[in-house]
Each structure stands twice: as C-alpha cells, then as structure tokens.
Design a binder for this molecule. Structure first.
Ligand SMILES: CSC[C@H]1O[C@H](OP(=O)(O)O)[C@H](O)[C@@H]1O
Length: 344
C-alpha cells in the first residue's frame, strides 16, 4: 500500500501529489516553510494528512531553537503554529494537530527545551500512528454499509493519499476487498484539481480495486441507471449539528443520492468533528486561485480575464447524510446529540 508521509532522520518525506498519476515522486521537506508550501499547494492534502504534515512541520520549525527558556521557546512555537495554521482554513485536522502540539509543550513546560523538542517529535509520530489505527477502524465500521457485490460512488480522494494509511471513505472498500468481497467503485474526477481522476483512480488501480472514472456531471446518470448502491465520501470539517464540509461538488452528489434513494455516507475520524463549529454556515470555505480553473494543469480553457469563483469545499446539510462513519462507529441522526456522545 502507498505511504503518503514518512518521517525519518529529522526530515518529512511525502509523495508530491500534484504530480500524480504520471509521476510518483517522493520529496523531502526539511523546513517549516517547505511544509507550509506543500500543504498550500496540495503536494500533501486531505484532512488527516494535512494534520500529520502540520505536526511534523512544528517539529521542523522548532528544530533550531536551543538554550532558551520555556517562555521564549513557546513564543517561537506559537509563531510556527500560527504560520502553519494560515496555510488552509477548512480542514479542522490542521488546527487540531497544531493545538495538540502546543498543549503537549505546555504539559512539559518544566523540562529542558531539548527534551521538549524530543517529546514534540514523538507526539507528531504518535499523531501519524494513531491515524493509521483510526483509519483501519473506519474501514472496519464502514464495511457494515457494504456487502459483497456493492457498487460505491465516491467524490474527490479520501483514500490512502489523504491519510497515513487505508484512507477514510476508501477504507471500507479496502477492508471489504480484504474480506474477499467484490466491490466496484465509480470515482468522480472532481474538478478543478481532479483528485478523483489523479488520485482515487490511481490508488484504487494500484490496489486492484475495480474503479470506473466518470466526470462530475455523469454522477446523476449512473445513479439513474441504478448502478450505485451507496455513496461514501470524506470530510474536512463536521459541524456540531452534522453539517459537513467536503470537496466542492459533494453537496450536489448528496442531493443526487437523495433524489435516487441512495444512502449517502460521510467517512472521517473524530478528529475531523469540530463541536466548536455549530453549523455548516460557520465553516470557513477556502477559496483558491482562479488559475486552477482557467488554466488547470497547464492548458488554458477559459478567457484569462473571465470572472472566476473557486471554492475548494461546499457544505452538505446533515439532513442529507445517512450516517457518519468514524473509528468509534457509525453516527446517525440526531447528529447534534449523537456527535457529542462520541466525546463523553
Ligand atoms: C480524508 S480527508 C479527504 C478530503 O480532503 C480533500 O480535500 P483536499 O484534496 O482539498 O485536501 C477532500 O475534501 C476529501 O474528501
């Protein structure tokens, strides 16, 4: 199975996902600036992977701090976390991971700075290792919405390439395959950055999973033909009432699933649930550069001066969601009550 992120000898190694599927290149990230750039440009992307990368970014950002008192150290640490938190606004895992690193430093404020740095390095490693087990459990729990012979539609990439291993929305598919079930997948290409075409089709092919790539505007037709049994997609932020921010186009897929009586599931770790965000209206939606639409992947496909709207995510209202597959089980409505129970 692919490895999205690896930390060794003080460097972070990632697959540069902007070059997939034609070039599978591992790059070394050695500074916090390179980590910021990798997150901003989606060299590493997907909520859990962004959180893991940011945690390692903190380790890189404090590496040169030496022989200073804790207050001076923590002041510099906060500069690093604030810098990394400005890379992308929507995936809550970024902020969750940075807050966890800050909290770990404060918990060890009495120790020498060199020891704190080692503790933070181990914390980042723990965040990655925990994510592996979380995604495995998401796969196990998500398999309950599948059966031998199921056909799944998914949107964007919420697979191995968005996490430390297994994925979230794709984890149930990998788990079902391990059980010997025959699972087919329809993958939306997912404009404008084509994570479905470039990443989901790539990783499912690598794993010998039966995948059919469709353009986003074909989802209605394949549903109308009765080819889809269930929709499973990832998430970037789950609000306290169950509204979910995910890749742009997800809301449309949820509406189509509703219109065709197809169950629509979200898959994600509890680290993507943000009880401090009341509803989907409170989620900041990242807007990205116009060039991604006008000149995607080097070919100009629109007038250079045309107005462009390029939100990277949209919000699916909780009413359209059959369940949220987490490592702790499948959460169902009423989400405002049942999501809180996950944290009791
Ligand atoms: C497992 S989280 C994957 C989630 O993140 C993606 O966004 P991006 O590629 O911009 O980081 C997309 O929303 C996926 O569902």
């Amino acid at each position: 199975m692919l490895r999205t992120i690896e930390y060794r000898d003080g460097k972070v190694y990632i697959i540069d996902q902007t070059k997939l599927p034609t070039v599978n290149e591992i790059i070394a990230i050695e500074t916090v600036e390179e980590c910021f750039d990798a997150i901003k440009k989606l060299k590493v992307r997907g909520a859990p992977a962004i959180g893991i990368a940011a945690a390692y970014g903190v380790v890189l950002g404090i590496a040169d701090l030496k022989e200073i008192d804790f207050d001076s150290f923590y002041k510099e640490l906060k500069k690093v976390t604030e810098y990394l938190s400005s890379s992308r606004p929507t995936a809550v895992n970024l902020f969750w991971a940075l807050n966890r690193m800050e909290k770990k430093a404060l918990e060890n404020k009495e120790k020498p700075v060199e020891e704190i740095k080692k503790i933070l390095e181990n914390e980042a490693i723990s965040i990655q290792r925990e994510d592996e087990e979380i995604c495995r459990k998401i796969g196990e729990n998500g398999a309950h919405v599948l059966k031998d012979g199921s056909t799944v539609l998914t949107h964007c990439n919420a697979g191995v390439l968005a996490t430390s291993k297994y994925g979230t929305a794709l984890a149930p598919i990998y788990f079902a395959k391990e059980k010997g079930w025959n699972i087919k997948v329809f993958a939306d290409e997912t404009r404008p950055l084509l994570q479905g075409a470039r990443l989901t089709a790539f990783e499912l092919n690598e794993a010998s999973v039966d995948v059919t790539l469709i353009t986003d505007n074909m989802a209605a037709m394949v549903m109308a033909k009765g080819w889809i049994d269930v929709v499973i997609v990832g998430c970037d932020r789950v609000a306290a009432n169950g509204d979910v921010a995910n890749k742009i186009g997800t809301y449309g897929v949820a509406l189509l699933a509703k219109a065709h009586n197809i169950p629509f599931y979200i898959a994600g770790p509890t680290t993507t649930i943000d009880l401090n965000t009341a509803t989907g209206e409170d989620i900041v939606i990242e807007e990205r550069d116009r060039e991604e639409i006008i000149c995607g992947f080097g070919k100009q496909t629109a007038p250079s001066d045309v107005k462009v709207f390029n939100p990277a995510f949209d919000v699916t209202p909780h009413e359209l969601i059959a369940g949220i597959i987490t490592e702790k089980g499948i959460v169902r409505a009423p989400y405002d009550i049942n999501l809180k129970k996950l944290f009791d």
